[in-house]
Design a protein around this ligand. Structure first.
Ligand code: ADP
Ligand code: MG
Length: 403
């Protein structure tokens, strides 16, 4: 396996992978604190053996509460949690055999690295000789062999996080539960540790349930992402699926910038939907799963990523894509290094266009007339506007009828 050289150190390659991960199944989980409204609503997912599954959502969407219930620190109001098919609802946290790294779950400051990693094994009654051997082995695996006798304050933030990971991994957990474990670190360190966690996961074949509000982190690390809003999972899929084929405007917007174009559903043409956009412009879009049941004339919202909108050159032979071609005028341009971002007034709204083909001499001036085009495959019809999560709608009193 090719990995870039990293300043934070690379794990030794001699440890053979060992498949320790188990399957964790969460079924119809609900949670309200006290008599309050439900903050987790009918959450179901399966963390497969050896899978990296991320709960991604904004602050307050119920990620931590969901993870706490899996860990056993919070009791569900309703629902089941199964490990390899066995219900673990009645087991306290220490009998669930999960490794846990939470943001506020600090190392013991007065204990050395070795003592910190040994601690869980001591609580389990593992003999001194055995736990010492296992702890040293694990510290070595996370690349901290020279630091066993140091105290946490004598380590960098990244090294401390690796000790926390070693402590969670040492008793061969059925799964790792990680709640924003890198949240407090600066970007460079964060990226190094993201790579290391990924590496540990592959090496041990461990199942990881990861929580973050950072979409880039989720995209980079996950096999699958469950996007949460308002206590519910709104979409679950591979990073490419949720990014390229979001089902609601919330998912489209949370996973990056997008253009939302209102239109009306005209019918089906082969494998695409025909959409009439504003100003009577006709276009094509990907046919959604429920496409054939949509009524002609139904209002739709179409999402097109800025990097999928192409500026047509004014000279030469323009390549028009099969989604739509529209007229507009440039209202803004920002150079962002890797790409430039134009704003174009078109279809009675402002469209963002991201292009890597930009140079100072060829930049389009404000007011320049342009034509934009995109492919039908890149135009994604979203769920009906009122299918958006209620966090996008005005607040309302809720949860009372659901007890
Ligand atoms: P996230 O991790 O996605 O930010 P949380 O699971 O922490 O979300 O919180 C979900 C909702 O539950 C929030 O509205 C939060 O205020 C509420 N909440 C979390 N913990 C408690 C608690 N111990 N008591 C009451 N409400 C809580
Ligand atoms: Mg949280």
């Amino acid at each position: 396996m090719n990995r870039p050289v990293r300043s934070e150190g690379v794990l030794p390659a001699r440890h053979a992978p060992r498949q320790t991960g188990r399957q964790v199944e969460v079924r119809n989980l609900w949670k309200s604190y006290g008599r309050g409204a439900y903050v987790v609503r009918d959450v179901s997912f399966t963390l497969r053996r050896g899978e990296f599954l991320t709960l991604l959502g904004p602050s307050g969407s119920g990620k931590t509460t969901s993870l706490m219930m899996v860990a056993g620190f919070e009791a569900p109001s309703r629902g089941e949690i199964l490990v390899d098919g066995r219900d673990i609802a009645d087991r306290p946290p220490e009998q669930r055999n999960f490794g846990v790294v939470f943001q506020g779950y600090a190392l013991f400051p007065h204990m050395s690295v070795l003592e910190n990693v040994e601690f869980g094994l001591r609580m389990k009654g593992v003999s001194t000789a055995d736990r010492r051997r296992q702890a040293i082995e694990m510290i070595d695996k996370v690349g901290l062999a020279e630091f066993t006798s140091r105290k946490p304050r004598e380590l960098s933030g990244g090294q401390q996080q690796r000790v926390a990971l070693a402590r969670a991994l040492v008793f061969e957990p059925d799964a790792l539960l990680l709640d924003e474990p890198l949240g407090a670190l600066d970007r460079k360190l964060r990226e190094n540790l993201q790579a290391e966690i990924k590496d540990i996961q592959k090496r041990f074949g461990i199942s990881i349930l990861f929580v973050t509000h950072d979409q880039d982190e989720a995209m980079m690390m996950s096999d699958r992402i469950a996007v949460m809003a308002d206590g519910r999972i709104v979409q679950m899929g591979s990073p490419a699926e949720v990014y390229l084929h979001p089902v609601t405007s919330f998912v489209a917007g949370f996973l990056g910038e997008t253009n939302l174009l209102p239109g009306s559903f005209k019918g089906i043409d082969g494998s695409h939907a025909v959409i009439e956009f504003r100003e009577g412009v006709l276009g094509r879009a990907r046919l959604p799963a429920d496409g054939r049941s949509r009524a002609a004339g139904a209002a739709v919202l179409v999402s097109i990523r800025p990097e999928r909108v192409h500026l047509l050159p004014t000279n030469g032979r323009p390549h028009v894509h099969d989604g739509a071609t529209v007229q507009g005028s440039v209202t803004g341009c920002t150079f962002l290094g890797r790409h430039a971002r134009y704003l174009v007034q078109s279809l009675d709204q402002s469209l963002a266009v991201s292009t890597t083909e930009w140079s100072p001499d060829a930049a389009l001036p404000l007011g320049a007339p342009v034509r934009l085009t995109w492919a039908a495959e890149d135009a994604q019809i979203l769920g009906e506007p009122d299918a958006a999560p209620s966090s996008l709608r005005p607040a309302r009193v809720d949860g009372q009828g659901e007890h």
